[in-house]
Write a protein that binds this ligand. Structure first.
Ligand SMILES: Cc1ncc(COP(=O)(O)O)c(C=O)c1O
Ligand SMILES: N[C@@H](CCOP(=O)(O)O)C(=O)O
Length: 511
């Protein structure tokens, strides 16, 4: 069992508790927290017991391996899990749409049944409750001025922001500041984030890109003085709790296909940007789930695909604005966690400390030279667990159309553009897999199509039976456009300007 955590850039044996890893968010050396060891689960436990559990019970079995009972008693952990998933519209939380197209073996894992219609809800409903739990426990009935407070600062290309806001709105002792790139998120995402009336929430619309926002958030974490004064908390997938909560749906969907039969061949295909979603699949695989392969599906911002093909982890020129904007990203934060495991096992003879040194050097090269390279042994090891596919904008539109035309269960199924990246990647894999008939492909559906109206409309507007308003837009999202918006424009992607704005807004919040 692994219930302590170490930083991916640490060259010391020091580990921290689960609570510290979650509340602190990022290691003091700028590294990401990883469990000291990955817990192993036997085939017998998985296929005879776990395969029969509900989503919530499975989440409990998985999380208790990563959280010491002395930190969160089991009864409390169960309550946190049940509370977090009571807000979902589907009883199954993440239902699997099997056999989307008759005779085909593509299964769509629908991760968008939470409050903000995006996969981020699966983790961020839990993270919100976890922050509240730790704070309430420490603060008890202390008077306002003595209570510990957390200032959450996050960066979003649209979905993390809404999900974090809905996970944290109205929570005592927590303020939330979400940075997003002006004009680069969809109108519904902006409405979701800016129409929440709770006084502990403030969005900051920053002139720049998502990477600018993410860099500022990381710089704020590295700012010792600001961090000490504000207890900065992370909601981005740099926070380990985000990854932890996502592990459940890999097991859950796997069992929906395999039942108690461990011999079924399954590949997961995951639309990827910051590498948080697919990393949860990597942990599931390393815990013992016999996944054939995890397929990274990128859009035209393809740093991950280029890495697997060349061994170079290199920032390309500018981020491209694509039809799948939540994946428009130059540097994938969570890739660092995978690199740590690759460095430890391939280059450091299993030595954690040496792995931390290697990672530190790679990331300082990335900062100073915009790239670092790894040798063929590292790529060979990565390819044991992963494969990758790159999908272009025209392919996204074509895949949305094709799925609309050919889907049988249900008919006229509408994909969001991110999910379409995954589905196209499934077709690419099937073309390569000589045994594709024997493989079940689980393609992760990361958002509801209503969140990305322009791409969906561009693909489907010529079908006479199609209507976005009637077929796609849920009533609660429709209502948002009539609500007043709280938008704060930030003219420059500048850390000092953002810090000053946070201070100014915090004093108005008077929490
Ligand atoms: C809809 C959607 N799909 C895919 C992704 C990519 O996921 P990850 O960043 O975890 O790789 C994101 C954002 O993170 C997203 O919002
Ligand atoms: N696509 C994300 C970008 C932030 O990624 P995260 O998973 O690290 O929070 C978004 O929708 O905001």
């Amino acid at each position: 069992m692994s219930q302590t955590y170490r930083s991916s850039r640490s060259a010391s044996p020091e580990t921290v508790s689960f609570e510290t890893a979650i509340i602190q968010g990022l290691g003091k050396d700028g590294g990401l927290f990883i469990p000291s060891a990955i817990p192993q689960v036997s085939q017998e436990t998985m296929f005879s017991q776990w395969s029969k559990l509900s989503f919530q019970d499975l989440a409990f079995e998985i999380m208790k391996l990563y959280v010491n009972e002395s930190e969160i008693p089991h009864a409390d952990l169960k309550d946190l899990i049940n509370k977090s998933y009571s807000t979902f519209r589907s009883e199954e939380v993440t239902p699997l749409n099997k056999n989307l197209i008759e005779g085909d073996n593509i299964n769509i894992l629908e991760l968008f049944h939470g409050p903000t219609y995006a996969f981020k809800d699966v983790a961020l409903q839990f993270v919100g409750n976890l922050f509240e739990y730790f704070l309430n426990r420490g603060n008890g009935d202390l008077p306002k001025e003595q209570r510990k407070k957390i200032t959450v600062v996050g960066a979003t290309s649209g979905d993390t922001g809404s999900a974090a806001i809905y996970g944290l709105r109205g929570k005592k002792d927590i303020s939330v500041f979400i940075l997003y790139p002006t004009g680069r998120i969809s109108p519904i995402q902006e409405e979701q984030m800016t129409t929440v009336p709770d006084k502990n929430v403030q969005t900051l619309s920053v002139k720049g890109t998502f990477d600018n926002c993410q860099d500022i958030v990381k710089a704020i974490f590295a700012d010792k003085e600001f961090n000490e004064n504000h207890n900065v908390g992370a909601v981005n997938s740099i926070n380990w709790a985000r990854i932890l909560a996502q592990i459940t749906y890999y097991f859950y969907s796997y069992f929906k296909i395999s039942g108690s039969n461990p011999d079924i061949k399954i590949k997961f295909v995951v639309p990827s940007g910051n590498f948080g979603d697919i990393l949860a699949g990597y942990f599931a695989k390393k815990m013992g789930l016999p996944v054939q392969k995890l397929v990274i599906a990128t859009n035209e911002n393809d740093i991950l695909d280029r890495f697997l093909k060349s061994g170079d982890y290199a920032r390309s020129g500018d981020v491209k604005a694509t039809l799948s904007p939540a994946m428009d990203i130059l540097i994938s934060s969570n890739f660092e966690r995978l690199l740590w495991y690759l460095a430890r096992d391939q280059l450091a003879n299993g030595d954690d400390i040496k792995a931390g040194e290697i990672l530190s050097k790679w990331f300082s090269d990335l900062k100073s030279q915009g790239k670092f390279s790894v040798g063929p042994e590292v790529i060979k090891a990565a390819l044991v667990d992963f494969d990758s596919e790159r999908v272009s904008d025209p392919e996204i539109l074509e895949t949305i159309k094709q799925t609309y035309e050919t889907s049988t269960s249900p008919k006229n199924y509408i994909l969001d553009p991110h999910t379409a990246v995954g589905v196209k990647a499934v077709y690419n894999q099937k073309a390569k897999d000589s045994n594709s008939k024997d493989i079940q492909y689980i393609s992760l559906s990361t958002a509801h199509p209503a969140k990305f109206a322009s791409a969906v409309d561009a693909a489907l507007r010529n079908y006479s039976a199609y209507s976005f308003e009637k077929d796609v837009l849920p009533a609660d999202l429709k209502k948002l456009s009539a609500l007043p918006k709280k938008i704060k424009l930030i003219e420059r992607a500048d850390i000092e300007l953002i810090k000053a704005t946070i201070d100014e807004e915090l004093s108005k919040m008077d929490l």
